[in-house]
Design a protein around this ligand. Structure first.
Ligand code: HEC
Length: 395
């Protein structure tokens, strides 16, 4: 009896509901085979959803989510694009703390646009808990928020098709783009998908992974590329000179089989897993860094998905505690937080360390949004009159 229960439990760990099957099954794949699970999630999010649309394009954008009476879309919607927010926020942070607004370093974010999408499970959790508006965040202060296990979110970056030749150092012509990239149209302009972050709640602190188009010129710059499941060359060190491009991430038979068995546009085989992240530090104490050459463009060297997203918090007024808190601005541009989460990000304390729950003098100043940055960042402010719209609307 006992054995059969254990066996059933093990099976439920081997086969992740809704994900394409992997040829080689391992226990606890989200933790022990994060690169394999990253590819399963990528294929799930980018599977065909009718016409030329991918599944993630049927999910709710930030614009669908962070507004009065949010509605989950009933069909695919065009990308809701905006300029990348992170460098902008870092600059505003300097200004807020009394400094001069730094200029954007040349070349940064030029022509890059981005959007965020939430699957139904994520959307429902945000809406049911009123996390799309500041009054709801105020009410949630001090609570423990935890998304359901079937939550998936993506952040996608797009470059106008007409800009792809310049962006790829002329490795791709405009005519070749539709054969090599996932393409969609926003405001009558055709855009090519160049990068994608995919996160899922298959583990309590989420799974973290980022993908880049094979022709992204800075794909493995600074931190290298790592894919222990899908790439025949699993570790690619960064080039000494930035922006020169990298050899294709030739797929392993295991990943090719996964693509073959999935209903997905073959253009997606031109994307590479840059890396995944399952912890804050490695077992030798070094901070883990994973950053996308497009999304985290100005601060790949100080990008830790989990550390920065651990700083997705709000205060008792339902506001992001400090726009500069998660991204400081050094002489060479924005700098992200690395390593473990620190108590001072969430608590004030009058006593000396060690600091632990129940210790006198400890009081909470910030509530964690379960790593979902769009919550404190995009919630619209209904505590003001007139109501202040979300900063995450398009453009
Ligand atoms: C320095 C901070 C920082 C780092 C590093 C960072 N992010 Fe984010 N991320 C943000 C912010 C702020 C947002 C919210 C803006 C938005 O809605 O796009 C966000 C949004 C997202 C979203 C959309 C869902 C959400 O949380 O709102 C995903 C998915 C995501 N990031 C994944 C990643 C992955 C994967 C990495 C690492 C490869 C990463 N991020 C690195 C700050 C960061």
């Amino acid at each position: 009896m006992r054995r059969s229960i254990e066996k059933a439990m093990l099976c439920s760990l081997l086969f992740l509901p809704g994900l394409p099957a992997a040829a080689q099954s391992v226990p606890n794949p989200a933790m022990t085979a994060p690169d394999q699970v990253a590819w399963q999630l990528f294929i799930q999010a980018n599977g065909r959803a009718g016409g030329s649309n991918a599944v993630f394009e049927t999910w709710a954008s930030d614009t669908d989510t962070f507004k009065p009476n949010p509605q989950f879309p009933t069909a695919a919607t065009p990308p809701v694009l905006r300029r990348p927010i992170l460098p902008q926020i870092a600059r505003e942070g300097v200004q807020e703390s009394g400094g001069l607004l730094p200029a954007l370093p040349p070349g940064i974010s030029q022509g890059f646009t981005e959007e965020t999408r939430h699957n139904k499970a994520t959307f429902d959790f945000i809406v049911q808990n009123n996390l799309y508006k500041v009054s709801g965040l105020k009410a949630a202060f001090g609570k423990t928020l935890s998304f359901p296990a079937d939550s998936i979110e993506v952040k996608a970056n797009w470059v106008a098709v007409s800009d792809i030749p310049a962006f790829t150092n002329n490795r791709v012509t405009v005519a070749q783009v539709p054969q090599l990239y996932h393409v969609n149209t926003a405001d009558n302009v055709q855009y090519a998908l160049v990068s994608m972050h995919v996160i899922s709640k298959l583990v309590p602190n989420w799974t973290w992974a980022t993908f880049e188009h094979t022709f992204n010129p800075a794909r493995c710059d600074i931190v290298g590329c790592r894919d222990g499941f899908g790439a025949q060359t699993s570790v690619v060190p960064s080039n000494p000179v930035a922006g020169q491009g990298y050899p294709d991430c030739v797929k392993t038979p295991a990943l090719s089989a996964m693509f073959k068995n999935a209903d997905i546009d073959p253009v997606y085989q031109n994307y590479c897993l840059k890396g995944s992240q399952s912890d804050f530090v490695d077992n030798l104490g070094l901070d883990i860094r994973v950053g996308n050459s497009v999304t985290e463009d100005p601060f790949v060297s100080t990008s830790s998905c989990m550390t920065c997203h651990g700083r997705a918090v709000f205060d008792k007024n339902g506001k992001a505690t400090s726009s500069a808190g998660f991204l400081s601005f050094g002489p060479n541009g924005p700098v992200g937080p690395l390593g473990p989460l620190l108590p001072a990000w969430y608590w004030t304390f009058s006593s000396q360390p060690p600091i632990f729950e129940g210790k006198p003098g400890l009081s909470q100043i910030a509530t964690a949004a379960d790593f979902v940055w769009s919550i404190p960042f995009c919630a619209f402010d209904d505590t003001q009159n007139p109501v202040k719209a979300s900063r995450c609307a398009g453009k």
